[in-house]
Ligand binder design. Structure first.
Ligand SMILES: O=C(O)c1ccc[n+]([C@@H]2O[C@H](COP(=O)([O-])O)[C@@H](O)[C@H]2O)c1
Ligand SMILES: Cc1cc2nc[nH]c2cc1C
Length: 353
């Protein structure tokens, strides 16, 4: 059904460690602050301890962002105002350090790697660029499957491989990024499949479209869903018929992180759509996921509810690239640092109530 690598990766994902979580809860109760005063960060630190199976869990540095880039055949249906060439042009911009995510990553101390998993044009090798093209863009999902099952499997495997490579190179936390003109169409289609919600409820304005284009985008997604009848029971089938190469790779990236017990911060609508595929393949992978922010795309909120994840930031962003994940990274790292560095009432001689 899938592949040996995907199967062993899924089998390698195990539950959170209850003992480490208990130790983290007890430690939180001893730290020099009123109980519960760090709000959601306390439970996040407990989950990070459970994921690492140690208390305290490792400090979450270095951090590595992978931006998976790919093109989309559904672009032919005029679902976005931007030319497909912008995907390739933005890859060059990422490599030159000129994109928003580069500025954010420098601020937060996050390493950036770009992965060509399916950009339309052939790219030259460059520092910081992994050439892992599965095919030159997908086919138009409204007319035929976006890709073959074999290609979807290959893209998932690419994501697993990138996660493993970044972790082997020292990363203690992974962050998702994406670049692909027209990929909000594929994201909405996937979210509709995995949540059972109507396309009209999960389709947004992407990079910025008018009302007529929005209506066409919804119709295009409905046509693709009617044509292929993808099912949440067959995540690879859903990825291959209505997904994108970056969605498949991001699903693999999440699975790869979870199998190595490394947390992964999800960015926007593309990441959460891919995370739904990962969750469908391996429900326990959800425990490794952190929602960096809430994208304004309506599908993102629907997907986050299905993942049962509360986003850390809500800034009205809809850029992608990994920007929301990078902004959230210091929050997550700070939550873990609390367990390492805060004094207890005993050690600091602070009187308890
Ligand atoms: O991350 C998000 O939530 C998000 C929301 C809207 C647009 N984007 C980015 O914009 C591109 C896709 O937008 P579109 O309108 O061409 O489908 C792609 O490169 C995404 O990274 C990203
Ligand atoms: C300019 C531009 C930058 C982006 N970054 C991520 N998606 C994008 C889409 C566009 C159009």
């Amino acid at each position: 059904m899938t592949s040996e690598l995907i199967r062993t990766t899924i089998e390698g994902i195990s539950p959170l460690d209850g003992e480490a979580m208990q130790a983290a809860r007890q430690r939180q109760a001893r730290l020099t602050k009123p109980a519960g005063s760090l709000g959601e960060l306390e439970e996040l630190s407990v989950r990070m301890a459970g994921l690492a199976a140690s208390c305290p869990p490792p400090v979450l540095a270095p951090a590595a962002l992978a931006i998976f880039a790919a093109d989309h055949g559904v672009h032919a249906q005029e679902v976005t105002p931007w030319p497909q060439a912008v995907t390739t042009q933005m890859v060059a911009n990422f490599l030159a350090g000129g994109a928003a995510v580069n500025a954010f990553a420098r601020q937060a101390g996050v390493g950036v790697t770009i992965v060509d998993v399916g950009v339309l044009s052939d790219l030259d090798p460059a520092d910081g660029l992994i050439l892992a093209k599965v095919r030159n863009g997908t086919a138009d999902m409204s007319e035929e499957p976006a890709m073959s099952r074999e290609e979807a499997v290959a893209a998932v495997e690419t994501g697993i491989g990138v996660a493993g490579r970044l972790i082997d190179e020292g990363a203690r936390i992974l962050l998702t990024g994406d670049m692909g003109i027209a990929n909000t169409t594929a994201s909405a289609a996937l979210i509709s499949v995995f949540t059972g919600r109507d396309a009209g409820m999960v389709t947004g304005y992407g990079t910025g479209i008018d009302a007529a284009t929005h209506l066409r985008k919804i119709e295009v997604i409905k046509r693709a869903l009617a044509l292929h009848e993808p099912s949440a029971e067959d995540p690879i089938g859903a990825l291959s018929t209505v997904g994108g190469l970056e969605h498949a790779a991001l699903a693999g990236f999440v699975l790869g992180a979870a199998a190595r017990r490394v947390p992964v911060i999800l960015d926007g609508v593309t990441a959460v759509a891919a995370a739904l595929a990962a969750q469908a393949l391996a429900p326990l992978s959800r425990e490794a996921m952190i929602a960096g922010h809430r994208s304004v795309e309506p599908g993102a909120t629907v997907a986050l509810a299905k993942l049962d994840l509360a986003p850390l930031l809500e800034f009205g962003m809809r850029l992608g690239e990994g920007t929301g994940a990078v902004l959230a990274y210091p929050v997550v790292a700070s939550a873990v640092r609390v367990l390492h560095e805060m004094a207890t009432f005993d050690s600091a001689g602070v009187t308890e109530k």
